[in-house]
Design a protein around this ligand. Structure first.
Ligand code: DWN
Length: 407
């Protein structure tokens, strides 16, 4: 366990702003409910100088991102087309050819790099989880099966030369040694190289009450304010920001060496909106904490009422996010009988902590539960799109964002 009472960037004391109680690993799916299970206290702190919202305790990386890591990016068609668009965005921003070099940190199953491979653009993915790294390798993508670090960055630079573009999607917020990470990225970049990364956006979490974005893997939830603070320490600055709808609200940040490009006005506009939302102030997160408690209580109460009314309730999407909800709100197999999911790595297993059985989403239409909690709420359009019949036949969906309600 890595426990800190001080900011991982500024070393300032962290102010405790949110307590989500005892939790298992977000992706700690169980083969059997008799297995021993790891648990830790999920608490968040805020550091006013760095503006970094972060976990106080985080399990060791090897416990979370091991060979059997269960999350696979290509389980969503929407995410596949998002990454195709991201590829188009990158090559629109920077001319890339057979003489260029692109590095992706956390390349998962190759959902993004496969487009660079298809265009013969030299690339390298760095991915610690062996199972998904092998899936990418089988698609002809070059992958280094390692955790990214400052040392690995120096090694990549030595072996392959400097990179035109460094990419990361839903990855940087997982890496606790944030300053080493930033300096490693700078080491790899050419003088005019750029870093483009996306992560769930703190502003959306606060606006939507989506506290399920907080779990062991997400050691940070970033804002433009905190990203500026991190990268200024290594001589880099934000030059563009662009809001994304993925993962329930993400931000795409583009950075370069300070002074290499002039920042787009979108950067100062976002920073002003963050100050207006109070993302620089611990009190904002304490107010958020009260809202989270209410949300958890209301979801549990709604599910209890459905059970009393004799309804069959299931969930859709064995997300890491929902691990936080179920374990925080005390929702187990007595309230949600089964979870439908399309990941071969999760089907036939049990959800972390509360042990709800996971079955294939192909069983959903014939099972037709009375009510379904949309745990993968960030994929609402895709999931409801393929199950239109369910709603027509009287099935009901329930969500917790921005508040607990039927869809
Ligand atoms: O950062 C992270 C993000 C990118 O992914 C990781 N730390 C872990 C993971 O978080 P998550 O598990 O909350 O991600 P998703 O994308 O919300 O998970 C969706 C789940 O729903 C997957 O298990 C696949 C499943 N699913 C499905 O069964 N049918 C998804 C879709 C779209 C579907 O049609």
């Amino acid at each position: 366990m890595q426990v800190t009472e001080r900011c991982r960037l500024s070393d300032d004391p962290l102010e405790l702003v949110l307590d989500l109680g005892q939790q298992p690993l977000g992706n700690g799916f169980m083969d059997s409910i008799n297995q021993a299970e790891f648990r830790y206290t999920l608490q968040c702190g805020f550091a006013p100088t760095s503006k970094l919202f972060q976990l106080i305790s985080q399990p060791e990386p090897e416990l979370m991102f091991h060979g059997k890591y269960a999350f696979m990016s290509e389980t969503s068609e929407h995410m596949s087309s998002h990454f195709e668009q991201m590829f188009t965005h990158v090559v629109g921003r920077k001319v890339l050819s057979a003489d260029s070099f692109v590095v992706e940190i956390g390349s998962n199953d190759g959902i993004l790099l496969k487009h660079f491979a298809a265009h013969q653009i030299p690339h390298l993915g760095v991915e610690p989880a062996e199972y998904v790294a092998n899936i990418a390798k089988n698609k002809g993508i070059r992958v280094l099966n390692k955790f990214f670090s400052k040392e690995i960055a120096a090694q990549i630079h030595e072996d392959y030369g400097a990179a035109d573009v460094v990419l990361a999607a839903n990855v940087l917020c997982h890496i606790p040694s944030i300053l080493d990470l930033a300096s490693g990225i700078k080491t790899m970049l050419k003088a005019d190289g750029i870093l483009i990364f996306e992560d769930p956006y703190l502003g959306d979490v606060i606006r939507l009450g989506s506290y399920d974005q907080i779990y062991d893997e997400h050691v940070f939830l970033f804002s433009a304010l905190s990203v500026t603070e991190i990268f200024k320490r290594v001589g880099m600055e934000l030059i563009d920001v662009s809001h994304q709808t993925t993962h329930g609200g993400s931000m795409r940040y583009t950075l370069a060496r300070t002074g290499a490009y002039s920042p787009n006005p979108s950067v100062s506009a976002l920073i002003s909106s963050e100050l207006a939302l109070g993302l620089d102030d611990a009190r904002t997160f304490m107010v958020f904490s009260d809202r989270v408690k209410e949300s958890g209580k209301k979801l549990r109460q709604t599910l209890e009422d459905l059970r009393s009314a004799g309804k069959r309730v299931a969930a859709y999407g064995a997300t890491s996010k929902s691990t936080t909800i179920y374990n925080f709100a005390g929702i187990g197999a007595d309230l949600i009988s089964v979870i439908y999911d399309n990941s071969p790595t999760k089907i036939g297993r049990y959800s972390p902590g509360v042990h709800i059985p996971i079955v294939s989403e192909s069983e959903f239409a014939s099972d037709a539960p009375d009510v379904t909690f949309l745990a993968a709420w960030n994929h609402q359009q895709e999931i409801l799109g393929k199950h239109q019949r369910y709603g027509i036949d009287g099935g009901r969906w329930i969500t917790h964002v921005p508040q607990v309600r039927f869809l």
